[in-house]
Design a protein around this ligand. Sequence first.
Ligand SMILES: *[C@@H]1O[C@H](CO)[C@@H](O)[C@H](O)[C@H]1NC(C)=O
Ligand SMILES: *[C@@H]1O[C@H](CO)[C@@H](O)[C@H](O)[C@H]1NC(C)=O
Ligand SMILES: *[C@@H]1O[C@H](CO)[C@@H](O)[C@H](O)[C@H]1NC(C)=O
Length: 569
Amino acid sequence: MRLTSSSLVLLELAASALAVPLTVDVEVGKGVTAPKPNHARANEVKQAFEQSWNGYVKHAFPHDTLHPVSNSYEDDRAAWGVTVVDALSTAIIMEKEHFVAKMLDHISKIDFTTTAKENDAISLFETNIRYLAGLLSGMPCSSTPPSLFPPLQLLSELEDGDAQLGRDTVTYTHARARALIGYDLLKGPFSGLVKDAAKVQNLLDQAKSLADSLSIAFNTTSGVPQPTVYLNPTRRHGNSSSNNIAEVGTLILEWTRLSDLSGDGKYAQLAEKAESYLLRPTGSPEAFPGMVGGDVSIADGKFINSDGGWSGGTDSFYEYLIKMYQYDPAKYGEYKDRWVLAADSTMKYLASHPTSRKDLTFLSQYSGQKTIPVSTHLASFAGGNFILGGVLLGSDKYKQFGLDLTTSYFNNYQQAPAGIGPEVFQWVDAALPANDTNNAPPPDAQKDFYAKSGFYTTAGSYILRPETSESLYYAYRLTGDRKYQDMAWQAFSAIKKVCKTGDAYAQLNDVMQTNGGGYIDQMQSFWLAETLKYLYLIFAKESDVQLQFQGGTSKYVFNTEAHPFRVKG
Ligand SMILES: *[C@@H]1O[C@H](CO)[C@@H](O)[C@H](O)[C@H]1NC(C)=O
Ligand SMILES: *[C@@H]1O[C@H](CO)[C@@H](O)[C@H](O)[C@H]1NC(C)=O
Ligand SMILES: *[C@@H]1O[C@H](CO)[C@@H](O)[C@H](O)[C@H]1NC(C)=O
């Protein structure tokens, strides 16, 4: 997931951005080999998922979020059981039949029209990327009406008795679907599925119910949604004057998918109206072509600043521009054009090399045309997003840049004492004047660390985030180069060593200490939805859900929470 409110403090700036030459350390196309599974490592990641889910079930089910140190829980996402819904697509991909059955059973009982607590504030963005997307992706193959498909629980039952069919759930679903299409499901050999087919249909009904609840957010003069809605005691939205581009621009994939599945265009229309202000910006000017400000006015959709980058509050707006093109290239050419503008400006103005490690490329933030050499764990998804753009557009330039970013941000894992990259870090930009107030030297305590590492840490927490592993997955699918699998394994091993508690996994205070500086007593749902999914897929066997970056066409696009949606076509 992408954090919605930026944790970055934009600093005063004294110098303008300079274009910097790129260093090229990997040649795209050279030594490309087909990805190869590593079953032992895939199994270890799966075990971590099993432990985390079992720990959650033992101490927190069906509440939102496990507290893995105190073995308790909190309800921080409307108390609908966010961990259940967010973990569903990973459980499907890992073929955890019993987990999936328990998840579907809980999902069928959620009342998305209200909250148990009065005046419980619901984040449109977080609810969209975790709950709505989780429900939608729970329907593999869902580009065809769900009633044609066997239910997930049933897949597992049949699987046990039908060894000829593939073990992979998604492939298996496709196999069943192919077998079923052209036969009458209800009269054929699978007539027993009727009851369960209704349960898969229930996912779509629940997705519609949730979107109908959330849609009050769009009832504003401009159609730019309010970030917060309430369902109890009355359905209403908050009254913020502005919203950020991540929250406004990270709806289009889910709401379009819901329209495509349900046949009701109203959901896509709401998201498209909101997105129109971001695609055709007015108000405060773009800092660089395609790189817009961070916030728009809810009254009229105009930009109210020119501050941004690839970190929290803006990140997944850019991410979705190219993912919409992946979802449906015929329909989303304008989104692709905006991504290309942003990508080119990013390479030209925001790519930054630390004075102590000019081999590294990080992405600066900006305030107007002044760049700020600060970045975040969240921004490390950008490597994967550039690789995706490079594949879809047949551009080595973007692929190469994506690989450079991926290895540079992974450097933070290699250097930080806990073996995991920090939440926020800075560096001294080799292309900015030394006396630029934003180009602050490292504090004395981190001088030696900066000299070898190329960054210094300004917020050392690690909250089980996925983005660095996500980019490693994209890099591996592109190159098949085992070094990316080894990097992912290194990341996973460090997380396992430092974050594991008795029954699950916890977040860390400070990766600048070998032991992580003590636990933060929380296990966010994206650990199950994203981090473990990408770490699993990089070692897992080929299947329909795997991205195809070596000539084939990917059948799925991953939302910003790693929920796979079937692409159109
Ligand atoms: C939408 O907003 C208008 C104007 O504020 C209000 O009259 C209307 O009742 C709202 N719609 C819903 C569904 O609340
Ligand atoms: C927002 O303002 C409207 C109109 O004044 C009001 O009806 C609504 O209750 C407000 N929402 C919240 C969450 O306070
Ligand atoms: C930074 O140094 C340059 C010369 O290297 C000088 O011209 C400029 O005034 C200095 N800026 C500040 C803010 O001190």
